[in-house]
Design a binder for this molecule. Structure first.
Ligand code: XMP
Length: 518
């Protein structure tokens, strides 16, 4: 792929929860960056044409028996290396210094004093407020290294300029570290001499050319939801092969109010895509009848979707001829092979996306976004002149409203939730908050309570409102929505949605909650 030949910064992952952020911060500077496991072979690393290497943080100690087995030769590629947190300890330990367990674990904010002038700290103040998260610290520095910055209790930055080695104990990639991006820019541009050549337009041009070459005269299918990822992926492929791409949009009966019509309209008129809309509401709802268990609901919707899509693809093949390719909006975070230092994690929810399709349908995959983070997808979308309304759309889960209706999913409950959800979104947009919130929605609870309206007793459902901010959906904070907005939402729902007589607000972050209720 053309962009892989672009000079890059290779980030070697030692298992830190912040590793992906390092690559994102560098790409924000228009320099290509990839994340590879710390066990990556030297040839693989060289294949990315690196101009510098970053060693990430990680949860282990260099002395642990199960410390990640990185190849010390990565330090001898003749490239500048920046070690971050565990990366500093790995460099120190590997190059002949010592590391010990800190008497006091440093976690959270710390003050760092810069002692020496250094290419890494050019243009930064002498005292920095940084984010620390470590149990071990460097003790004796490796030969050739000097101390560049420290906190009151520990080594904060070291360097061996002649060898091109730099390392910091804190995390410049997290936004709590003031001037962290400036420090990374100093490494990338000042020390590695990288050029800002990774631009959206370059990505678009090379991706379209590459898809054209790969697909040739072939045909492709895409499962489209109206969400950002599938819409941008489809638009790129459409620019390459035109109407030989058919986008299948399935109504699973648990979409939001008017969404089936609105999404079709937008995709056809604004993106000019070739849309095959399939209303499979009855099939999905009859399979969901009587089912309350969250995981069973998810499985039913996932399986039924594959069935519907497969049948539709057979029909398209009969009508237009053979189809060889399937377009998917897979993003980079799903592709990065994470270093599992704690063993496989438990399944909290089985996510339904289009992952099950290729195996069943024996199609080859086109994944034009597999090198991109979500914010980069939005940038590409903007350069493709896609409307903001589509690019800023809040994420909506594959199983739709079914995971927001607790208990059985019935047509009556879907209709209630569609109305309540529409009110939530309308009021959040009216208050100008939609773009600042990761997701905002209503949840229908199977809890009936007594109320009074116009002197009449009511006995009806409860609706919960959820609004969260998040960077990637992995963690989330609940949003302290202004009381005026909550008041408008609550009063409209109880007045305009007969069947709901009580509204509550969910004030749970993730963890320990999840974003969706099921
Ligand atoms: P949870 O509820 O696990 O959600 O905190 C994290 C993010 O993932 C979305 N989500 C899904 N997206 N298929 C999807 O495509 C799914 O099955 C699914 N389940 C949850 C959720 O909306 C949130 O953004």
């Amino acid at each position: 792929m053309e962009h892989i030949a672009l000079p890059s910064i290779v980030v070697l992952d030692f298992g830190s929860q912040y590793t992906q952020l390092i690559a994102r911060r560098i790409r924000e500077q228009n320099v290509f960056s990839v994340v590879l496991p710390c066990t990556a072979k030297l040839d693989e690393i060289r294949g990315y044409n690196p101009v510098g290497i970053i060693l990430s943080g990680g949860p282990c100690s260099v002395y642990d028996v199960d410390a990640p087995p990185a190849d010390p030769e990565v330090l001898k590629l003749g490239l500048p290396v920046l070690g971050i947190c565990y990366g500093l300890q790995f460099m120190t330990h590997t190059l002949g210094g010592t590391v010990h367990a800190a008497s006091k674990r440093e976690y959270g904010h710390a003050e760092v004093t810069v002692l020496e002038s250094s290419a890494l700290f050019v243009g930064l103040p002498e005292t920095l407020s940084v984010w620390m998260s470590h149990g071990d610290e460097a003790d004796t520095l490796a030969p050739g290294f000097r101390l560049v910055a420290r906190t009151t209790s520990a080594v904060a930055a070291i360097e061996n300029v002649a060898a091109g080695y730099y390392a910091v104990q804190f995390h410049p990639e997290v936004h709590h570290t003031k001037f962290g991006t400036s420090l990374l820019k100093n490494f990338v541009f000042g020390i590695c001499k990288a050029q800002p050549s990774w631009t959206p337009q370059r990505f678009i041009d090379s991706t379209i050319a590459q898809i054209r070459e790969t697909v040739g005269e072939g045909r492709a299918l895409c499962a489209i939801s109206g969400g950002v990822d599938s819409s941008v992926a489809a638009t790129l492929v459409h620019r390459a092969i035109g109407d030989r791409l058919t986008c299948v949009f399935v109504n699973n009966g648990v979409l939001r109010k008017d969404e089936y019509a609105k999404v079709q309209h937008n995709l056809r008129t604004k993106l000019k895509l070739n849309i095959d809309a399939v209303d499979a509401t009855d099939r999905f709802l009859s399979k969901l009848a009587g089912v309350s268990d969250p995981e069973r609901k998810r499985k039913i919707i996932g399986n039924e979707f594959i069935e519907v899509f497969d049948e539709e693809s057979q029909r398209i093949k009969r009508e237009y001829g053979e189809v060889q390719w399937l377009v998917q909006g897979t993003l980079y975070p799903d592709v990065i092979e994470s270093v599992s230092v704690r063993g496989p994690s438990v399944t909290i929810k089985s996510h339904h996306n289009v992952g099950g399709l290729p195996a069943k349908m024996k199609l080859k995959l086109i994944e034009p976004l597999r090198d991109l983070f979500k914010d980069e997808v939005r940038r590409i979308g903007r350069d493709l002149q896609m409307p903001d309304e589509m690019l800023q759309r809040q994420p909506f889960p594959g199983p739709g409203l079914a995971v927001r209706i607790l208990g059985e999913v019935t047509p009556e409950r879907i209709a209630l939730l569609q109305e309540a959800d529409d009110i939530v979104l309308t009021e959040i947009k009216r208050a100008g908050l939609y773009d600042q919130i990761w997701q905002s929605f209503a949840v229908l609870l199977p809890v009936m309570s007594v109320g009074v309206m116009g002197d009449q007793r009511t006995y009806a459902y409860t609706c919960a409102i959820r609004a969260v901010t998040s960077e990637d959906g992995m963690t989330a904070d609940w949003v302290p929505l202004p009381h005026e907005v909550l008041k408008a939402i609550s009063s409209r729902i109880v007045n305009e949605v007969p069947g709901i007589n009580r509204v509550v607000y969910d004030i749970t972050s993730k963890p320990p909650g999840t974003i969706e209720w099921e």
